[in-house]
Design a protein around this ligand. Structure first.
Ligand SMILES: Nc1ncnc2c1ncn2[C@@H]1O[C@H](COP(=O)(O)OP(=O)(O)O)[C@@H](O)[C@H]1O
Ligand SMILES: [Mg+2]
Length: 168
């Protein structure tokens, strides 16, 4: 609400924006996010093909304690990795709409003991919990992306506060 301009409440509506100058930088940003994961988080990745969603997910999984290879789940829809908590990496690219997303059963991939990362999350817009961290990636130049991080709910506001302290 606008009742406290400049205060915590006002800050929450403004996405945190970063520019990444290359895929390694995007992975590093992901790593910093993943390090803060304790289980129960839902991270939505939004952006066109090649925007860097999988690249960011690689960093997040690494930060969350998974040391193996993270590749795109486009064809398999979901991959599971074991980090500090189980990590479910979902890609809705090939799904056509709500009925197919419902059939996939996203609920199984979310819960207090796990991390869920969803690429093309906008394809499940009405089916996702209201509390989440959404990250939009946009092409600025061949090697440059803008990342806009938007927290919804206290847990994610806390994560964003820690990130902005670390990145400043
Ligand atoms: N700053 C950047 N951040 C992320 N990826 C970048 C960046 N600059 C270039 N790239 C390249 O863009 C591509 C992103 O691919 P990917 O992460 O699979 O995208 P998506 O999952 O959004 O389709 C990769 O080939 C990567 O090397
Ligand atoms: Mg991808």
């Amino acid at each position: 609400m606008a009742a406290f301009p400049g205060g915590a409440a006002g800050m929450n509506d403004t996405p945190l924006e970063l520019v990444s100058a290359g895929s390694e930088k995007t992975r590093q940003i992901g790593f910093d996010i993943g390090r803060l994961v304790t289980g129960g988080e839902l991270i939505l990745l939004i952006g066109e093909l090649g925007a860097g969603k999988t690249c960011l997910a690689q960093g997040i999984a690494r930060g969350a304690g998974f040391d193996g290879i993270v590749s795109s789940p486009s064809f398999v829809l979901v991959r599971e990795y074991q980090g500090r908590v189980p990590i479910f990496h979902v890609d809705l690219y090939r799904l056509e709409g709500d009925p197919e997303v419902t059939e996939l059963g996203l609920d199984e991939f979310m819960g207090e003991d796990r991390l869920c990362i969803i690429e093309w999350a906008e394809r499940a817009a009405g089916l996702l919990p209201p509390d989440n961290l959404s990250i939009r990636l946009e092409h600025l130049a061949p090697e440059q992306r803008r990342l806009s991080l938007k927290p919804r709910g206290k847990r994610y506001e806390d994560i964003l506060r820690q990130l902005s302290e670390q990145w400043n």
